[in-house]
Design a protein around this ligand. Structure first.
Ligand code: P6P
Length: 335
């Protein structure tokens, strides 16, 4: 492992890719690296200290907040604000975005984050993840950040990534020049480049979906699932659904597969959040050769209307995403 570059070395080597960079984005990725190690430390010992279990509070999503959700949010917020790198911070755990007055508002990036996705898995020792998305602000430097700095289409992201706290802890990110995965060596506290230039297999035999919602899916999605179940293939198709988007996404990107959280009668916009779950993972998927749609539209082309808006999500191997889109479109033509 030691002959692999560390994340820090990789960032420096690749900083040159950024025209006119002032190294701000590198410092931003570095502060995410530090925060992820702190959160990892707590997540990995969650069962040992009184930090698991719900706080009894409820977040903006109306979901019961697990203590580690709040802890992870505070760690990322503090590390980014203290290092005076960004001008705005938005989170699944924060009702509104936070204006950061540092550097006289001259920092040029905003960050949106889901600090701990899949947190209901914490108490049962199943992997969870952090997802982040970075944009360049659109309002003038030196002015206070505004909503429009955050509500940008996903195709305007300058960087996106996730940390998966699994059997090992990995940080996977893109700055628009491909996708690279770094694995934490816990004894050294150092991330090493373990998965260079990750490529989404064009197809796969894994489907990740909450099958209990099947009766409430639109007809095209039902037909695609039935097709997937009856496909005769060399290696049989399987369902794999961890209940943690980052973990399902990560496995599917390495092995080939599709993750789906379709709209249902109860949730006409689906469940997942556009700005800090779907846009970052759609950016990564596409950078690795995969695809991500809301059933018809490319996720990265959706024009966001609010910070916490939801979207249906179909993402993964390009051929599988194309196929589910075909089933949805042709079913809508019939019905
Ligand atoms: P359901 C976790 O709450 C999450 O946002 C994703 O990580 C996960 O894939 C999905 O929701 C699970 O939702 O409704 O299937 O339990």
């Amino acid at each position: 492992m030691s002959n692999k570059p560390t994340l820090g070395e990789f960032i420096i080597e690749n900083e040159k890719q950024f025209k006119y960079t002032s190294g701000e984005l590198s410092r931003l990725i570095n502060s995410i690296r530090l925060a992820s190690k702190i959160v990892n430390h707590e997540v990995k010992k969650a069962g040992l200290v009184d930090i698991i279990g719900a706080t009894g509070d409820v977040n903006i999503q109306g979901e019961e907040q697990q203590k580690l959700d709040i802890y992870a949010n505070e760690v990322f917020k503090k590390s980014l604000i203290n290092r005076d790198i960004i001008c705005g911070f938005a989170s699944e755990e924060e009702e509104n975005y936070i204006k950061i007055e540092g550097n006289n508002h001259n920092n040029k990036y905003v960050l949106l984050i889901d600090p701990l996705d899949g947190s209901s898995n914490i108490d049962v020792n199943v992997s969870v993840g952090t997802i982040f998305s970075i944009y360049r602000r659109t309002t003038p430097l030196g002015s206070k950040v505004k909503t429009e700095d955050f509500l940008q289409k996903g195709n305007k992201q300058v960087a996106a990534g996730y940390i998966v706290y699994g059997t090992s802890t990995m940080l996977v990110y893109t700055t628009g020049f491909g996708v690279n995965g770094f694995t934490l060596n816990p004894s050294l506290g150092t991330f090493y480049l373990s998965h260079p230039n990750i490529k989404f297999p064009t197809s796969g035999n894994i489907m990740s979906v909450n099958h209990c919602n099947f009766p409430y899916f639109q007809e095209g999605v039902k037909s695609y699932i039935k097709h997937f179940q009856t496909q005769k293939k060399e290696s049989p198709n399987v369902f794999r659904y961890i209940g943690s988007f980052v973990s399902d996404f990560h496995r599917n990107m390495l092995k080939g597969g599709i993750y789906m959280y379709p709209k249902t009668i109860q949730n006409p916009k689906g469940k997942l959040r556009l700005m800090y779950e779907c846009n970052p993972l759609a950016f990564i998927a596409e950078q690795a050769g995969g695809k991500a749609i809301n059933g018809s539209l490319r996720i990265l082309d959706i024009d966001p209307q609010s910070l916490h808006e939801r979207t249906p999500m179909f993402c993964g191997s390009a051929e599988m995403v194309d196929m589910v889109k075909e089933f949805i479109v042709s079913s809508e033509e019939i019905h």
